[in-house]
Ligand binder design. Structure first.
Ligand code: NOJ
Ligand code: CA
Length: 558
């Protein structure tokens, strides 16, 4: 059954950084409403908002203290209702982030559990006892250190947190937890929300706590074996999704499965399984690791795009999901550095960003654009280590200095690679204070590093913003939403694929390198979108650095 979500172009908004309308320095829901015309003109059909529920903001909203209320920093229930209404009036849809693996430690469930171990809420969370001076096991938290945090006032007793210690994990083995999460989701769907992005759902089942990870016995080891993709994830997910579809058959369920292999993408999105409609994996992007400094951890070192590796990865994903679901196509999100900071060419900045967009978003799949990407926005520059709000940053900084990097070089590396620097303000107008984001100093202490703005790019027909509009117009045609895809074997540095539907064939050819590339394209089609110079040369096409063509043959001549 064709579903509305199969034709969506999704725009991810980090609400705190998009548009502030009451000048407190924090972006808000009224700001999103105000910018609907901008998004519509860009060709966006669905908005995904990062969490907006009541939260102490330890992890920017992924630590939820009340799932039924809006955090006052971004607005009110009336604002979200107005947003839903305004989007629907414009034929657009809203996805909310749904945080199901954990709550905030301030959530009344956790507070009740702490206060009274006999309370029914105690069994909403995960606990373990340890021998004096030891931890229950050596599993590592994604945010550094152990997954175990001492329970206040209970000697040798611990609670489990996969992320920050202020985000205790829920016990999904408890049917009351599963039912409570279903009720929350239904509440939002009944409000008119069109779909949910399921945060970290792959972690809702855990292994036996008695099992140690291989490594030094007490030193925490991050190992998915014990808390990702375990056997009860799918039954729980299915029960959850089934209950939502029972009240809203066309709900769009977008799962976040950071570490999912192509095989797991199939499992989580196979229509017969009644689980997700589409799944985001962080494994669709492939970096080169051969140029790293082996003396430092890879995470905060800049890396180049591995075009060949990405071709292989996307070929696998596109092939395996061909009859299953739509792959999710994205270059950036709030958990990684911005694409312009990662892969843009210094010498061909604008062309390179246009080519990267075309290389990905015309493929078979659902594009998700991270706010500001359409402008060529880079990571902000954060001046203090504390601005990163990440306990793993200081050890990296100290290690880098110890092996000879200067403080300045290290800060540059961190700013180029860190997720927090990717959460900067949307620049609306450079002539306004704080780029028109707010009249008040923004919540994030970061400086814009590229002089881009909506105002400047709206009036420039050659801008990246205008290119994105053209790209999404093309994307919304049946050939690019529904056509079959074949990724072609080409020289490294070139990415080429075809899309085919009925009597139409499109060829997208992108030179993703700083050098000229010779490419064969004999589809006989007419150019419908180009970037940079492409010349005929002895029967082949000569693609100048970071150039791109989309040709379409609709005369059935191929
Ligand atoms: C994935 C989210 O994208 C990330 O930002 C968050 O920290 C974790 N899940 C925990 O909710
Ligand atoms: Ca505000």
């Amino acid at each position: 059954m064709a579903n509305w979500h199969e034709k969506q172009v999704i725009y991810q908004i980090y609400p705190k950084s998009f548009k502030d309308t009451n000048d407190d320095g924090i972006g808000d829901l009224q700001g999103v409403i105000q910018k609907i015309p901008y998004l519509k003109a860009l060709g966006i059909t669905t908005i995904w908002l990062n969490p907006i529920y009541v939260s102490p903001q330890v992890d920017n909203g992924y630590d939820v203290a009340d799932y039924y209320q809006i955090d006052q920093s971004v607005g009110s229930m009336a604002d979200v209702e107005a947003l839903i209404q305004a989007l629907h009036q414009n034929g657009m849809h809203l996805l909310l982030d749904f945080v199901m693996n954990h709550t905030s430690d301030q959530h009344p469930w956790f507070q009740a559990a702490l206060k009274d171990p006999q309370s029914k809420y105690h069994d909403y969370y995960l606990w373990a006892q340890a021998k004096p001076g030891q931890l229950p096991n050596n599993w590592g938290s994604f945010f550094g250190g152990s997954v175990w945090e001492p329970t206040p006032k209970a000697p040798n007793h611990y609670y489990f947190h996969l992320f920050d210690r202020h985000m205790p994990d829920l016990n999904w083995q408890n049917p009351a937890v599963r039912q409570a999460m279903i009720e929350i989701a239904k509440f939002w769907l009944n409000k008119g929300v069109d779909g949910l992005r399921l945060d970290a759902f792959i972690h809702i089942d855990k292994a036996n706590f008695k099992q140690f990870a291989v490594g030094e016995s007490q030193k925490p080891v991050i190992d998915d074996t014990f808390y990702a993709h375990l056997s009860r994830v799918q039954p729980y997910l299915r029960e959850f999704c089934h209950a939502l579809r029972a009240i809203k058959p066309d709900v769009f369920i977008l799962g976040e499965a950071a570490s999912a292999s192509p095989e797991l993408l199939i499992d989580y999105s196979r229509p017969q399984n009644d689980e997700c409609d589409a799944v985001i994996t962080f494994r669709s992007i492939v970096d080169r690791l051969d140029q790293l400094d082996s003396r430092l951890p890879a995470e905060f070192q800049p890396k180049a795009l591995d075009v060949e590796g990405m071709r292989q990865r996307l070929t696998t994903i596109e092939t395996k999901l061909a009859d299953v679901s739509l792959p999710v196509l994205y270059w950036s999100n709030h958990d990684m550095a911005r694409v312009a900071s990662r892969y843009a060419s210094t010498d061909y900045y604008w062309q390179s960003l246009k080519c990267l967009a075309a290389m990905l978003y015309l493929q078979r799949g659902l594009p998700i654009i991270y706010y500001g990407e359409e402008l060529g926005l880079k990571n902000s520059y954060l001046k203090q280590l504390s601005d990163f709000h990440d306990q793993t940053v200081l050890p990296f900084y100290q290690q880098a200095l110890a092996v000879g990097y200067s403080a300045d070089q290290t800060m540059k590396m961190l700013n180029q690679t860190h997720k927090m620097a990717a959460r900067g303000m949307m620049p609306w107008d450079s002539d306004q204070p704080y780029q028109g984001f707010s009249k008040h100093e923004p919540w994030l202490n970061g400086q814009q590093t590229t002089p881009v703005s909506v105002a400047a790019e709206t009036s420039d027909p050659t801008s990246l913003l205008v290119f994105y509009r053209q790209l999404f117009q093309l994307k919304q045609t049946p050939l690019f939403t529904a056509g079959d895809e074949v990724i072609q074997p080409t020289a490294n540095g070139v990415f080429q694929y075809t899309r085919q539907l009925a009597g139409q064939l499109a060829t997208v050819t992108c030179n993703l390198s700083d050098t000229v590339q010779l490419v064969t394209n004999n589809d006989g089609g007419q150019p419908s979108l180009t970037v940079g110079a492409v010349d005929q040369h002895a029967g082949q096409l000569n693609y100048s650095p970071w150039s791109m063509t989309v040709t379409i043959n609709d005369k059935k001549e191929f």
